[in-house]
Write a protein that binds this ligand. Structure first.
Ligand code: HEC
Length: 488
């Protein structure tokens, strides 16, 4: 060993001893991004920013970050990011790039958006309609009428040609509302579902050719046991027919191979939409395993396309490629819980429940990658960052994202006649935000958003009924309501 190397080793050891002593004294080394990447955003804010911008972000020695008035640019994400990273020292804003990682700066931008939205909601009055109360909105006055009460976690609804409404209840029951009355007994003979966490009986859909074939489709979390004996589950699709109140002719339409089932009970998806091309599309959540969404060998975190009986269409994008799952239509999805075809353009739209921030509305294109978890506008629920990246080459951008999250769930294009000015507008639900939103889509963009009501329960799903009313499934209390024009 040369003297040089020896000296270097000794000096490195000295440094280590010093670091150990300092660590014992409670000293944090500066610029230690790697070790501190999991710091919580709220405590970062209080520690580093509250002195000047105020503990509630309302300003103090420095400006308010809540008033949506910005001295730097238009206050867009990229500008805020740059100001926090590089500072504006001439005007008293220190640079933070030596203290904070890019991921943490991104989390602070999300945090500022959350607090600003909270402040705006606190200052805005939204309609909280009671039954039969008339509600004003930009384009139509409406009232809400309760259609069915006493349900347990209603998840989805669909209609038979005779007007009977089918409603799924998450605990595993399929209920019928016939001539305005919820039948007290549930459909008998459904398969076992795993009702845990977010799982259970979720989607119900009626085949477009129901009048001749009688097929009804269900999607649910199917329980399994893996080779280590762990409880696992995955989204499964079946179809069957109703004989009276009995589920008959049941057959499996799509089921993941057992090796791909995942433990945990979150992010199942799962909506079904029949395309104008005659194929069945459905969404599958990533089951709480983010990287699976990028793995084409696995079915979770994807939108799938199959024949109505489960066969794989020969022109699916990954058919014939080795080590891919042939029903995949698009990938990189987190928890897509809304899926519908535009009634005029026939394009497929999707809503996707993001992490904390970064709920998305996407236009789904064959074979494309929607980025989760490599890019996202959100952060972890505990306020630690996921990534600094919101965009990347070869990955799709959402049409809009909701940051902070509204906890987006189901959606539907309005297809009825009763609200003429709402025709073909997109209605989107929020669970945590307890809101129903109307989005006017122009081309591939959202021209306008309006919150129609807020604060009367978690909004799980929305669908146009065959009678032209807009039906909404609410949790807490669990019920189905419908919007009726107030002027008719
Ligand atoms: C020493 C006081 C001080 C601290 C600490 C501080 N800021 Fe600032 N900040 C300022 C001042 C002053 C400005 C306004 C600069 C200007 O007028 O150009 C500012 C501007 C900003 C802006 C841009 C506002 C606009 O209108 O464009 C953002 C965003 C911001 N700060 C975020 C933060 C964050 C996040 C932290 C903590 C990591 C932080 N600041 C810590 C003083 C501070």
């Amino acid at each position: 060993m040369s003297q040089d190397v020896l000296l270097r080793r000794i000096s490195r050891m000295k440094k280590l001893v010093w670091l150990l002593v300092l660590a014992l004294l409670g000293w944090d080394p500066p610029q230690a991004h790697a070790q501190t990447a999991r710091r919580n955003v709220a405590s970062l804010y209080q520690e580093l920013c509250a002195n000047c911008h105020g503990p509630d972000l309302r300003g103090g020695q420095a400006r308010s970050l809540l008033d949506d008035e910005w001295v730097h640019g238009s206050g867009d994400d990229a500008t805020l990011f740059a100001v926090i990273r590089d500072g504006d020292e001439l005007n008293g804003m220190p640079p933070w790039k030596n203290v904070l990682s890019d991921e943490e700066i991104r989390a602070l931008v999300i945090y500022i958006r959350e607090k600003a939205t909270e402040a705006r909601h606190a200052a805005t009055r939204y309609a909280q309609p009671r039954p039969d109360q008339v509600v004003g909105s930009k384009l139509h006055r409406f009232r809400v009428r309760t259609v069915a009460e006493g349900l347990a976690a209603p998840w989805s609804m669909a209609w038979l040609p005779d007007g009977t409404m089918l409603v799924t209840e998450l605990p595993g029951r399929l209920r019928l509302v016939r001539e305005g009355r919820l039948l007290p007994e549930a459909v008998k003979g459904l398969p076992e579902v795993r009702y845990r966490g977010q799982g259970g009986l979720m989607e119900v859909a009626v085949h477009p050719g129901y009048a001749t074939n009688g097929w009804i489709y269900l999607a649910y979390s199917e329980p399994g046991r893996d080779q280590q004996g762990r409880d696992v589950s995955m989204t499964t699709l079946i179809r069957g027919r109703l004989r009276g109140l009995t589920w008959a002719d049941s057959e499996i339409v799509w089921r993941a191979p057992l090796w791909s089932f995942r433990p945990g009970n979150i992010h199942f998806g799962c909506r079904i939409a029949f395309g104008p091309d005659g194929y069945l599309y459905f969404s599958h959540g990533e089951r709480g395993h983010g990287p699976d969404a990028q793995d084409l060998r696995r079915p979770n975190g994807k939108i799938h396309r199959i024949h109505d009986d489960g066969r794989i269409p020969a022109d699916n994008p990954f058919v014939g490629q080795p080590e891919t799952f042939p029903s995949i239509w698009s990938y990189g999805h987190r928890n897509p819980q809304g899926l519908a075809f535009h009634p005029v353009t026939g394009e497929l739209w999707e809503t996707e429940h993001g992490p904390r921030g970064g709920d998305e509305l996407n236009l789904i294109v064959r074979g494309r990658n929607y980025g989760w978890p490599v890019i996202t506008y959100g952060m972890n629920y505990d306020g630690t960052p996921i990534t600094a990246h919101t965009a990347a080459e070869g990955m799709e951008q959402p049409v809009v994202h909701w940051t902070p999250s509204i906890a987006v769930c189901g959606m539907d294009f309005y297809r009825g006649e009763r609200f003429p000015l709402w025709r073909h507008h997109l209605f989107v639900t929020g669970l945590a935000s307890q809101e129903l939103r109307r989005l006017e889509i122009r081309g591939h963009a959202v021209a306008e958003q309006e919150i129609l009501f807020k604060g009367i329960g978690r909004v799980r799903h929305v669908a146009t009924g065959p009678d032209g009313y807009l039906y909404v499934a609410l949790n807490g209390p669990d019920r189905i309501i419908r919007l009726e024009p107030a002027d008719q």
